[in-house]
Design a protein around this ligand. Structure first.
Ligand SMILES: Nc1ncnc2c1ncn2[C@@H]1O[C@H](COP(=O)(O)OP(=O)(O)OP(=O)(O)O)[C@@H](O)[C@H]1O
Ligand SMILES: [Mg+2]
Length: 247
């Protein structure tokens, strides 16, 4: 379980997060939404120690991690993988070698064993037929799935997805959605998904939190969002999201 408690974070004079509290129970597909610049990426970066809060606490599986040392953070990053918005695959390696790389590094596997496991992971994301292709030969959606396979290698309990379907065509986007749902349903992975994609949000989210002006505006399921009488929420889910300064 992930718990954010009263998180505050400023950059210079700008307070991005003022007082954010939310819980993500294990096994959920949890969406974090809100206008561009509201602090969604900033919030999830706190979970893997890329940022630390000015105030507040972050708990992961009953441990307060926000003041962990770099060394302690290492274990957190094994448990909590992040799939970044832009592909971070190495162009000089085939897909299977990209997926095998962290297995060799962190699990001390031989090249052959790492490759065998990597093939299994590519199978999970339905990319096995492309194992020997180079990332540059694939579309964005396929690269995203390979990046997810690589993240799965260290058997994370949590995966953080920063805009997994942004810039994908609709067919690829829905495949990534299905995959995120499968990871939760079949492997028990907990996913935190930052997204603007209303189709994804309403198709696969167990729960959704909307950030607005430094705090959680609404936290609930699809129905709570659709029936909310809050104009700010309605504006967002009807696809008329405004920038953070316009309201
Ligand atoms: N390392 C940083 N240093 C200074 N300012 C930062 C840093 N990271 C983020 N910010 C600022 O914090 C604000 C929130 O950024 P963040 O990337 O979390 O937005 P977001 O909600 O993810 O938006 P988007 O939907 O466009 O990705 C922005 O104004 C951004 O410029
Ligand atoms: Mg972002």
């Amino acid at each position: 379980m992930i718990q954010f408690r009263n998180i505050r974070k400023s950059f210079g004079d700008i307070r991005v997060l003022d007082d954010v509290s939310l819980d993500v129970p294990a096994g959920e597909v949890f969406f974090l939404i809100g206008a561009s610049g509201v602090g969604k990426s900033v919030l999830i970066k706190h979970l893997i120690g890329l940022l630390s809060p000015d105030r507040g606490e972050i708990w992961l599986d009953g441990e307060e991690i926000s003041r962990f040392s770099e060394k302690q953070m290492f274990a957190v990053r094994k448990k909590c993988a992040m799939v970044f918005q832009h592909s971070t695959l190495l162009d000089s390696m085939t897909c299977v070698d990209n997926v095998a790389l962290p297995l060799r590094k962190h699990c001390n596997l031989s090249v052959t064993d790492a490759r065998t496991q990597a093939m299994g992971l590519l199978e999970l994301v339905h990319m096995r037929p492309f194992a020997n292709h180079f990332p540059a030969e694939l579309g964005d959606g396929m690269r995203k799935r390979v990046a997810i396979a690589r993240a799965l290698g260290l058997k994370p309990r949590y995966i953080l997805f920063d805009e997994p379907t942004t810039s994908l065509d609709p067919v690829s986007a829905r495949r990534v959605d299905r995959l995120i749902r499968e990871l939760s349903d079949n492997l028990g992975v907990t996913s935190v998904v930052v997204s603007h994609d209303l189709v994804s949000i309403f198709a696969i989210a167990d729960r959704i939190a909307m950030l607005y002006k430094g705090a959680v505006r609404l936290l609930g399921n699809r129905n709570d969002f659709q029936t909310s009488s809050d104009a700010i929420v309605q504006q967002f889910i009807q696809g008329r999201a405004q920038g953070p300064m316009e309201s």
